[in-house]
Ligand binder design. Structure first.
Ligand code: ZN
Ligand code: CU
Length: 483
């Protein structure tokens, strides 16, 4: 009846979707040791949480913080919004295993952050996270583009049989070393040339490890339906569970298409394992020369290597100022990233509230003017979409950020407030929670997040990081839950 820490008098939202109940949560070392009415318990430290919610720390299943775990180990853009676990290596790009930096393409360079990082194996990256821990836990997918960069000299071509074998061997080893799945990004040039068969062969390896195939699909605009069909095919022919990343219907011509895509997913789920995640914004963010600008009603330059001072400005304005057209201005700004207003609010809400959808930030933390989702995603869902819009209950919103991603990716002991589980916790005020980040000022902590604990240690307190770095590299430790 003695704990290290007791959080008293909170509304406990346990992550399962069950209604909140008033009570206490006791923590010893890195575990939750009791919940409920703990008035006979004593603790070295007591935190009064009356009027507050205590929930499992949020799990962000889709980020690009592979390098940031090492360059920004305090990870304030995550802890300040209640995130305690991230999944890296998404969209086909993982920091490891990479044989040499050489001529690494732009998007991968961006997530690596520091060119001195070369991790020829996943184990080398995992060991670095162990010896130089960050504030949050991290699991990692292995990127198909990264595998291709290692093994396919001409990235504009399909891999031949030997190259596929070499990629499969490297993937097999990385999954054995603890990486939690395979990611692809056939939207991007280093992988665009890969035919479906190449994806199927690699997905077979993920399936042998009972792990997932996670994909930024070939197309999220005019051909999103075909891209979904390809994803289902990869799943059927490899046997692997598939997970659609940041599902969206991009471009004016495709607004409303989520009615069709969600029905397709619903039908597919009857026959095979399909999951998905999404971000709560109508604007997306990626490299500036992705072609996305053609579908966008507005483009903000997030970062430009030759013109850092133009970060945050509209591409339209820059072109006007330079007396040129959009395409020329875009070329001159490269290498660069952009924020693209390409979605319809109705699609965003329809996808977010679909029963199998998890919440992700898809954050790319680099630069002075990132997408506000890097700092604001989870509080935005809890404040704007659960409380203000009423898209779902707060309990349901929390479930989509906790037990759902934990079960989907097999992160045992995470994502629930349960005795014996890890003490990843967030205390927040349900009346005031909202994102602080905006498109104008995107680097700002959320409002309403009081305290955040990772493995029992406090990493964020009332708007300030504590400096503690209790994060761990995570492996799959429970079966992946079939959707
Ligand atoms: Zn992506
Ligand atoms: Cu991504």
């Amino acid at each position: 009846m003695q704990a290290d820490l007791i959080i008293r008098g909170a509304d406990i939202i346990d992550g399962t979707g069950a209604p909140r109940r008033r009570g206490d949560v006791a923590v010893t070392d890195d575990r939750i040791v009791a919940t409920g009415d703990l008035k006979h318990w004593k603790a070295g430290r007591e935190v009064d949480a009356a009027g507050r919610v205590v929930a499992p720390g949020f799990i962000d299943p889709h980020v690009h913080h592979d390098g940031a775990m090492l360059t920004h180990p305090d990870m304030e853009f995550m802890t300040s919004q209640g995130v305690t676990t991230v999944i890296n290596g998404n969209c086909g790009f993982s920091i490891a295993p990479l044989k040499q930096m050489g001529s690494v393409p732009g998007p991968l360079r961006m997530i690596i952050e520091d060119e001195s990082y070369t991790f020829p194996t996943y184990a080398a990256y995992r060991d670095r996270m162990l010896s130089a821990p960050a504030a949050v836990n991290a699991a990692c997918l292995i990127g198909h583009s990264t595998l291709r960069i290692n093994e396919v000299p001409d990235l504009g071509k399909a891999a031949d049989a030997d190259q596929i074998k070499a990629m499969a061997r490297t993937l097999d080893q990385a999954l054995a070393e603890g990486a939690i799945g395979l990611s692809t990004g056939t939207f991007y040039p280093p992988s665009r040339a890969a035919p479906t068969e190449e994806l199927i062969e690699l997905a077979k390896i993920a399936h042998q490890h009972s792990k997932l195939y996670v994909t930024h699909m070939r197309d999220e605009g005019d051909r999103v339906i075909e891209a979904l069909e390809e994803t289902f095919q990869v799943g059927r022919e490899s046997g692997c569970g598939v997970h659609v990343s940041h599902h969206k219907c991009a471009g004016l011509a495709n607004h409303g298409k989520s009615e069709i895509t969600l029905k397709m997913i619903d039908e597919a789920i009857k026959r095979q394992d399909v999951g998905l995640d999404t971000t709560p914004w109508v604007a997306s963010s990626t490299i500036l020369d992705s072609g996305r600008h053609k579908q966008a009603t507005r483009v903000i330059v997030a970062e430009s290597e030759p013109y850092p001072e133009l970060a945050g400005r509209d591409l339209d304005d820059i072109a006007r100022q330079w007396n040129t057209d959009i395409d020329d201005a875009l070329q001159r700004l490269l290498p660069a990233t952009g924020i693209f207003f390409i979605m319809d609010e109705e699609d965003v809400q329809r996808i977010m509230s679909y029963e199998h959808t998890m919440i992700c930030s898809d954050g790319i933390p680099s630069g002075s003017h990132p997408h506000p989702r890097v700092w604001g995603t989870f509080p935005r869902v809890l404040g704007r979409y659960a409380r203000d819009v009423g898209l779902f209950t707060l309990e349901e919103a929390v479930k989509r950020m906790t037990s759902m991603p934990a079960d989907r990716f097999g992160l045992g002991g995470r994502g629930r407030i349960a005795v014996g589980g890890f003490a990843d916790l967030v205390i927040f005020d349900p009346r005031t929670i909202e994102e602080g980040a905006t498109f104008e000022a995107p680097i700002a902590p959320a409002k309403g997040i009081d305290r955040v604990f990772v493995n029992g240690r406090e990493v964020w307190t009332d708007g300030v990081k504590t400096g503690a770095r209790p994060g761990r590299p995570l492996e799959q430790s429970a079966p992946v839950q079939v959707v």
